[in-house]
Design a protein around this ligand. Structure first.
Ligand SMILES: [Zn+2]
Length: 551
């Protein structure tokens, strides 16, 4: 008995060692197939002139989704949606033709603001004409109602029938005061999407957000590009009746003129708006404006495939990277194709290569792995929002989301930057995976841009699913931090949402994205072999949502 006991124990120990090392070997062999050349091959197709910038509803959509489907089949991914790789996403495209001028009668005289150079105007309401006549204009600080921060910019203000002018971002960013909101990090209240939602709740006739580059996280040209292209919304039975008639932006210059006309100093009011107890200010100004709208109803598609798991196959880990971009747009430097090679070709390539690695594993993971390419991210994460409200696996069976967006092809990084650092225990998994690659974890150094709320992982987070947005982005292994910061700054200024976002064989270096793909492959492989459920950390605004439906 004793003898066989020892032998048995030995056999178990040896068996375990063999099992662990064979799993590790299996992982290493799979990890090794992740290739930068393969990534470039995908990107050359996705960002080709032929794909015309991958705008939803265009020939570019057909080409893109069928290309992805072909790749998914080749990688061995199975269809997710009743035998199909496509999930229909019913959308409404709204095209608005604003008047050239927006007129404001201030106490100091008539102000005629010019379309695109001073304002951008839009309406998501399903009505052919929007006419604003003689509407009072009021300044409501940041346009935020946040009970948990004891903040209410609409306190004492009846916004019905009024045009409300507000500031971009939130008071924490403006003052840098860590005691206000999230300090230098943007809260959800800083997002323009939130401001429109709040204005709608307040019954405002219109909302105009005053732009500044630091607060918005992007220059005015990005607002203009967004303003001239048709916008997409998920189809809504009420015709968006609950929203304001006018949703738009003013330049800081236009706001200065408006406030000067009202006999006030804009910058003095900006300072006051960041103080506790600020109250809305009437500008004694009336506004006139007109625009026409056209609506097109159409269906776009999310694309997804799955590697079914074994004994925990009903649980899923979801990788995501949006497939869409802006299509054909305004000509810049003689070019009108918005190819989106970095936004989001590099992340699709990252995701496809992770899928290739999973396909190579001989020991299939316990949990399922889904590869999801949502549509209409550029128009407000629409495909991802649709997915989480119509998920292929129930959300309580959805373990985590790993999303990426705007991965810069600049080479290997010393860091792994987590956008939304501190939100969930997925951070701990990153620590472990980063150490393996001799890298360190760093929080996004520019949380004021609200990036955690600006890409598809946010749709998962808002629905309670722990979601991670992580990649090397801060310290280049060869060139260091300053070089990297300058490169990113240049890219945002010259390429972001412009035709210049295209593949360049001369300058691109895929090694960092390969390393990031291996990092994410490691984390998801670990998670897919375990029974562990990542959790939102204490203080996360998404914790309560998750706990509401988890068993
Ligand atoms: Zn993107």
């Amino acid at each position: 008995m004793k003898k066989t006991g020892i032998n048995g124990l030995l056999a178990i120990v040896l068996g375990l060692t063999a099992c662990v090392s064979s799993a590790d070997r299996d992982f290493s062999q799979a990890e090794a197939v992740i290739s930068g050349e393969a990534m470039v091959d995908y990107i050359k197709v996705l960002a080709s002139d032929e794909f015309r910038g991958r705008a939803p509803f265009t020939e570019g959509e057909e080409l893109t989704i069928n290309y992805l489907k072909g790749q998914f089949i080749e990688l061995g991914l199975e269809p997710v949606f009743d035998g199909s790789y496509f999930q229909e996403v019913p959308l409404m495209e709204v095209e608005v033709k604003p008047a050239d001028e927006l007129r404001m009668q201030t106490p100091g005289g008539l102000l005629e603001l010019q379309n695109l150079s001073e304002f951008v105007a839009f309406s998501r309401k399903v009505q052919p004409r929007t006419k604003i006549e003689d509407a009072p204009v009021v300044f409501a600080g940041y346009g935020i109602v946040a009970p948990e921060y004891g903040w209410n910019d609409y306190e004492g203000l009846d916004a019905r029938g009024k045009i409300v002018v507000v500031l971009v971002n939130d008071p924490g960013l403006a003052t840098g005061d860590p005691g206000l909101f999230r300090g230098n990090a943007m809260s959800y209240y800083g997002r323009w999407t939130y401001k429109y939602e709040e204005a709608a709740r307040q019954g405002a006739l219109g909302l105009l957000i005053v732009h500044n580059t630091r607060g918005a996280g992007y220059p005015w040209s990005v607002v203009v590009n967004g303003g001239v292209s048709p916008k997409l919304y998920l189809q809504d039975e009420n015709g968006n009746a609950e929203f304001a008639d006018l949703e738009g932006w003013l330049t800081t210059g236009a706001a200065e003129k408006l406030f000067a006309g009202a006999g006030m100093d804009f910058h003095e009011l900006v300072a006051r708006a960041s103080q506790v107890g600020f109250r809305a200010v009437e500008l004694n100004t009336r506004m006139w404006f007109e625009m026409e709208s056209r609506f097109t109803y159409d269906v776009s598609r999310n694309v997804a495939g799955v590697f079914p798991g074994t004994d925990l196959g009903d649980e899923v880990i979801i990788f995501s990277a949006h497939w869409d971009h802006f299509g054909i747009g305004p000509i810049i430097d003689g070019d009108s194709i918005y190819r989106g090679a970095v936004d989001n070709g590099t992340s699709i390539a990252w995701m496809l290569e992770i899928a290739r690695a999973f396909g190579k594993l001989e020991q299939k993971p316990r949990r399922s792995i889904m590869i999801l390419a949502p549509t209409a991210e550029e128009q407000g994460l629409l495909g991802a929002h649709w997915y989480v409200s119509h998920p292929a696996f129930p959300l309580e069976k959805t373990v985590a989301n790993f999303n990426n967006d705007l991965m810069l092809p600049l080479g290997r990084m010393r860091d792994v930057m987590i956008t939304g650092f501190g939100q969930s225990t997925l951070d701990d998994l990153v620590e472990e995976a980063a150490a393996r690659q001799d890298r360190y974890v760093v929080a996004d150094p520019t949380p004021e841009t609200g990036m955690y709320y600006r890409a598809d992982h946010f749709a998962f987070a808002k629905a309670g699913v722990p979601a991670l947005f992580a990649r090397g982005n801060v310290e280049h292994r060869e060139h260091g931090r300053d070089w990297m910061a300058q490169k990113e700054k240049d890219w945002l200024a010259n390429n972001y949402h412009k035709p210049a976002d295209k593949y360049d064989a001369e300058t691109w270096n895929m090694e960092g994205i390969v390393e990031d793909a291996r990092l994410a492959f490691y984390m998801s492989w670990k998670l897919a072999r375990s029974e562990e459920w990542p959790q939102w950390k204490e203080g996360s605004e998404f914790k309560a949502v998750r706990e509401r439906y988890m068993p």
